[in-house]
Design a binder for this molecule. Sequence first.
Ligand code: TGC
Ligand code: FAD
Length: 388
Amino acid sequence: MYEAPDYYWIDELLSEEHKLIRASARDWVKRELSPIIEDYAQRAEFPKQVIKGLAGIGAFGPTIPEEYGGAGLDYIAYGILMQELERGDSGIRSTASVQGSLVMYPIYAYGSEEQKKKYLPKLASGELMGCFGLTEPDHGSNPGGMTTNFKDAGDHYLLNGAKMWISNAPFADIAVVWAKSEAGKIHGLIVERGMEGFSTPETHNKWSLRASATGELVFDNVKVPKENLLPGASGLKGPLGCLNQARYGIAWGAIGAAMDCYDTALRYSKQRVQFGKPIAGFQLQQKKLAEMITEITKAQLLVWRLGVLKSENRATAAQISMAKRNSVEIAINIAREARQMLGGMGITGEYSIMRHMMNLESVITYEGTHDIHLLITGMDVTGEDAFK
Ligand code: TGC
Ligand code: FAD
C-alpha cells in the first residue's frame, strides 16, 4: 500500500477535508490510472476513459465556484489533487491542469456571464474538453512576439495563424486562443472544433509525456463569432495570469512524481540483495535516499506555504515561479537517481520511474522553461530584466 512520504508530519497542517480529497484522488489513481498508464504511455495514446473519473474527483477547475460547476475548493486542495495525479503520471496531471487552469480559469476570470454559463459547467464535468493556445512555432519563451492575429470582419472576427505544442489539442472541443488584434493588443478567443478553417494536427514521436495528446492549432481565416472574445483580458498579462494558476499546480504536481520515484526506489532497495545484503544497507544507496527525502520535504514545505499565500490571494507570480522551478528540478533529479538505484530494472516499464523521468523533461520545459523561471527570480530580486 502506498504511503506518501511525510517526514516532517506536514499532514498535521491539512484539514480533514484536504485529507478526504486526497484519499479519494489517491484511491482513483490506484484503481483507474495506475493499472493502465504504462500501457497507454508505451503506445503514446491518451486514455480518454479517464476524463469522467478526473471530473468525478473534482480535478477540473477545483477552485472554480460551485455555481459554475467547479468544486469551490481552496488552493491547498487544488495542489493536493495535482500531486496525487502526477504521482500517477505527469501527462494526466497535464490534462487536468490545462482544463482547469488554462481553459476554465480564463473563462471564469475574463469571460462574460454568458460565456461562463455556456462553457464552465460542461468543462467541469468533462462533457467538453479544452486546450490553451499561447506558444507558436517562432514564439515560445517570448509569447509577446506572437503573430497569430484577428481582424474585425463586421459581425465576426477572422482569425489567422498557428499554435504549436498544445496539450489536449487533438481531441479538444474548444480552444482558448491568444491572438493579436489589429491594434496589436493580445486578446483571448474561444474557438470551437468544427469552425471552418480550424484544424488540430497531432504531434507524433514524443519521448516524453506520451500519454498526453499534443498538437498544433491551425487557423486559416477562421470566422470566430464576436461573442467568443473574452472581454476581461487585454495584453500579455491575460495569458500570463492563467499560467500563474497552472504553474502553481505543477509546483505541487511534480513533487508527486518525485514521491513515487522515491517510494519505488526505497522499496526496491530493501528487497534487492547484492553482495549478500539488501542494497539499502550500502552507504551510497542511503546517500541517494537521504537526499531524496530531504529535497521532497523541503519542496513540500515550500508549496504548502505557497498554497496558504495563494488561498489568501497573496502569492506573487515570482513566488510561484520559484516553486515550479524548484519542484521540477528536485523531481527530475530524484527520478534520475532512483532510476539508477533500480539498475537494469529501472529502464523497464515494470516500474514507473523511467516514465516519470521522461515526462519531467516536458514539465521542466513547458509553462516557462527552467531558465525562464530562474530569470523571473533574478529579475524579482535585482529589479533588472535579463530576458532581452
Ligand atoms: P513583461 O513585459 O514582463 O510582461 C507583460 C505584462 O504581463 C505582466 N506579467 C504577468 N501578469 C500576470 N502573471 C504573470 N506571471 C506575469 N508576468 C508578467 C506584466 O506585469 C506586464 O503587464 P503590463 O500591465 O505592464 O502590460 O513580458 P515579457 O514579454 O518581457 O515576457 C516575460 C516572460 C518571459 C517572463 C514571460 O513572457 C514568460 O513567462 N515566458 C514563458 C512562456 C510560457 O510560460 N509559456 C507557457 C505556454 S502554456 C504551456 O506551456 C502549457 S503546458 C500545459 C500542460 O500540459 O500542463
Ligand atoms: P524556446 O523559447 O525556443 O527556448 C529554447 C531554449 O532557449 C530554452 O532552453 C530556453 O530556456 C532558452 N531561452 C529562451 N529565452 C531565453 C532568454 N531570454 N534567456 C536565456 N535563455 C533563454 N504551450 C501552450 O501554449 N499550450 C500548451 O498546452 C502547451 N503544452 C505543451 C506540452 C508539451 C509536451 C511541451 C513540450 C510544450 C508545451 N507548450 C505548450 C509549449 C511550452 O510552453 C514551450 O515549449 C516553452 O514555453 C518553451 O518554448 P520553446 O519550446 O519555443 O523554447
